[in-house]
Design a protein around this ligand. Structure first.
Ligand SMILES: [Zn+2]
Length: 403
C-alpha cells in the first residue's frame, strides 16, 4: 500500500486528493489538493457552495508513520455559502483552528488516558503541550456532542485526591454508566452547574438521584430536580456503618491498652470484612473474639444484622425492620452505633426510597477509580471512558470538564 492510500483512508478523503508525499527535514509532508470535480463544502453548515478564493497554505500534524513525523499541507479554499456567507471550507480530518489532525488528536488523547502526557509526547515525538492540546480538542468535541436528552437516573459521588485534601464531585448517568460532569470541591456548586447545563426541561425529566447524605447536594436536588426521587446511596450508608464499627474497635482497644494490649491488635478487617471473605486464620480469630463479650462484638453483630435490611422487597417491611434495628442500636450502649442509628433515622425517608427505585452508586465505583487516575494526570480534564479507534471520533463524547 502506498503512503498516499494510507493517508486517503485514514482521513476519509473524498473531495480532496493527495498530490504528493515529500520527505522534508526528516518528516513526511503530505500535500493535499482539492478534487476539482466537486463543489466546496462549508465548514459551518456542511452545505455545498461555489468556491470563493484560496487561503495561504496551512500545516497540520498528523499521526507519525514508523516514528517518522507526518505533516499535512493544504491551502484551504473559502466557500460562498448561501446560508453562512464566506466561510472556510470543511477540510477532512481537521477541526477548526487546531494544528493537529483529528486522527492524531484521538491517538494522543487515547494514550493520554493510560500514561502521563510527558510519556505520550516522548513516545510520539511531540512536546507535552501538543498532547495537552489533543486532549483538549477531544474533550471539547465531546462537550459539543454530548447527548443528555435521555438521562433519567443520576448518581452523585465524590472522589478524593491527594490523600483527601482535594475532592471532586462527579455526576454519573447510572443507566449508560458514563460521567456527565466533574467539578472541583464537594460543594453544591458543581451540581448547580450541572443543572444549568442540563437545562430546566431535562432536569424535570430526571426520575431519581442517588447520593450520599450530604446536605448541600440534597438542597440543590430538591430545588432543581423537582421530579426526582432522592435515594441515599447504599454504599455510602454502609461506609458510614463501617466507620462506626471501626470507631468502636479503636475506642475499646484504647480502653484495653493497659490490661490486654494484644487482644484487638490487627483485628480491623476481622470485624469489617464480609464473613464469607475471611481467611481461615481470620475465622479462627473471630470465633475466639466472639466469646469475650467485647463491645466491638456487639457492634459487629449490629453491622451484620443491618445487612438484612437491604433484602426486603416492600418499603413497609423494610421500615419495620429498620425500626427494630434502630431500637437495638440505640440500646447497644455504643456511642458510635447510637450516632449512626440517629443519622439513619434523620434520613429515613430517603433511605427507604431505595425500595421504590433500586439504584446505587456501586456500578460507578470502577469509573470513579478511573477518573481518579486520569484527573491526577490530566489536570482536571476528564477524558471519556470509552475506548476509541483511529477513525471513529463519534465514539467520544458525553462527559464534561471544569477546571
Ligand atoms: Zn454554511
Amino acid at each position: 500500500m502506498l503512503i498516499e492510500s494510507i493517508v486517503r483512508k485514514t482521513l476519509g478523503l473524498k473531495r480532496h486528493r493527495v498530490k504528493e508525499v515529500k520527505e522534508e527535514d526528516g518528516s513526511l509532508s503530505v500535500h493535499l489538493v482539492p478534487d476539482g470535480r466537486f463543489k466546496v463544502i462549508c465548514s459551518v453548515c456542511e452545505s455545498k457552495g461555489p468556491g470563493y478564493d484560496t487561503l495561504r497554505e496551512r500545516q497540520w500534524k498528523h499521526v507519525p508513520l514508523w516514528g517518522i513525523p507526518v505533516v499535512l499541507v493544504y491551502a484551504p479554499r473559502r466557500v460562498h455559502c448561501a446560508r453562512c456567507g464566506i466561510k472556510v471550507e470543511s477540510i477532512p480530518g481537521t477541526k477548526g483552528k487546531s494544528p493537529l489532525s483529528v486522527p492524531l488528536s484521538i491517538v494522543l488523547a487515547s494514550w493520554a488516558k493510560e500514561v502521563a502526557w510527558q510519556v505520550v509526547g516522548r513516545f510520539f515525538g511531540f512536546h507535552w503541550n501538543t498532547v495537552r492540546k489533543a486532549v483538549k480538542d477531544v474533550v471539547d468535541y465531546g462537550l459539543r456532542h454530548r447527548e443528555i436528552g435521555n438521562v433519567l437516573l443520576i448518581g452523585i459521588d465524590e472522589i478524593s485526591r491527594r490523600k483527601g485534601h482535594v475532592y471532586h464531585t462527579q455526576v454519573y448517568d447510572l443507566i449508560s454508566k458514563r460521567l456527565l460532569c466533574s467539578g472541583k470541591d464537594r460543594t453544591s456548586e458543581t451540581l448547580e452547574t450541572f443543572c444549568d447545563e442540563m437545562g430546566e426541561e431535562h432536569c424535570e425529566q430526571i426520575e431519581a438521584v442517588c447520593c450520599d447524605m450530604w446536605a448541600p447536594y440534597v438542597d440543590v436536588i430538591k430545588a432543581r430536580l423537582p421530579n426526582a426521587i432522592l435515594v441515599f446511596d447504599k454504599f455510602h450508608i454502609v461506609r458510614h456503618l463501617m466507620d462506626a464499627v471501626d470507631k468502636v474497635r479503636r475506642e475499646e482497644a484504647r480502653e484495653l491498652k493497659a490490661e490486654n494490649p494484644e487482644v484487638l491488635k490487627k483485628t480491623r478487617y476481622v470485624w469489617l470484612k464480609n464473613p464469607w471473605n475471611l481467611t481461615d486464620k481470620q475465622k479462627v480469630r473471630l470465633s475466639y473474639l466472639e466469646k469475650l463479650n467485647l463491645k466491638i462484638n456487639r457492634a459487629y453483630l449490629l453491622k451484620e444484622a443491618f445487612r438484612r435490611f437491604w433484602d426486603y422487597t416492600y418499603p413497609a417491611w423494610a421500615k419495620k425492620y429498620l425500626d427494630q434495628w434502630f431500637w437495638w442500636a440505640t440500646h447497644s450502649r455504643l456511642q458510635p452505633m447510637w450516632e449512626f442509628a440517629w443519622m439513619i433515622r434523620r434520613h429515613q425517608n430517603d433511605i427507604l426510597n431505595y425500595f421504590k427505585v433500586r439504584i446505587d452508586n456501586g456500578a460507578v465505583e470502577g469509573l470513579n477509580n478511573k477518573a481518579k487516575s486520569i484527573s491526577h494526570r490530566a489536570f482536571g480534564y476528564i477524558v471519556p471512558q470509552k475506548p476509541s479507534t483511529l477513525l471513529s471520533i463519534t465514539e467520544w463524547g458525553n462527559f464534561q470538564c471544569h477546571n
